[in-house]
Design a protein around this ligand. Structure first.
Ligand code: AMP
Length: 193
């Protein structure tokens, strides 16, 4: 069983590695960015509210995101395992996640911090923008996303380090190399409950 979350700047490989890790542990992969993009595409009430924030590279307000994740994790049957990508992204969201974990006796096993230098992130995201046409992958918006990451999300690294569950993993190199480092960082952990 695995309850892990990725904590890394945009373009660090959370999606690629998160999908693989979730498949390896046979748990759902939950990406709040993907869920929100789907809401935008479907023009749901949430999608209409979230769109402007996403397009400018800012964060969608905490209450909207927390509700969306709660609905997904709680569902009819609360999930026992999962790989979260893109949540929590603020201290408020981390506190909401902690409350949920405490209520259900299910705290995170690991918070995986993927480190990649900014120049490499920019190179990857420019490529992704060309391949996928994601509106928030143009250079100016991306730089803003990096600033938002530094201001709002990076403080979570200390938050989880203080709780003793932070694993820092080098996110450079091939997809295989990074996947191996992630597996090595999880190997010593007790994932039995
Ligand atoms: P991502 O695919 O994780 O890079 O997310 C794309 C965009 O969705 C972000 O730039 C935010 O605008 C929004 N988003 C995703 N997850 C969150 C979150 N946990 N809190 C606030 N906004 C989010």
């Amino acid at each position: 069983m695995l309850r892990a979350l990725f904590l890394a700047p945009p373009g660090a490989g959370k999606g690629t590695q998160g999908t693989r890790l979730a498949a390896a542990f046979e748990v759902p992969y939950i990406s709040t960015g993907e869920m929100l993009r789907q809401h935008v595409a479907d023009e749901t009430e949430l999608g209409i509210a979230a769109r402007q924030y996403m397009e400018s590279g800012g964060l969608v307000p905490d209450d909207l995101v927390v509700k969306m994740v709660n609905d997904r994790i709680r569902g009819p049957k609360p999930l026992v395992g999962f790989v979260l990508d893109g949540f929590p992204r603020t201290i408020n969201q981390a506190e909401a996640a902690y409350e949920w974990g405490r209520e259900h006796g299910r705290t995170f096993h690991a918070v995986l911090s993927l480190t990649v230098p900014d120049e490499e992130l920019i190179r990857r995201v420019i490529q992704r923008g060309r391949d996928s046409g994601r509106a928030d992958d143009d250079l100016d918006t991306f730089r803003h996303r990096l600033e938002v990451y530094a201001a709002e999300t990076e403080p979570l690294i200390e938050y989880y380090r203080d709780r003793g569950i932070l694993q820092v993993v080098d996110g450079t190199g091939s997809v295989e190399d990074v996947a191996q480092r992630l597996a090595d960082s999880l190997a010593p952990l007790d994932l039995s409950s």
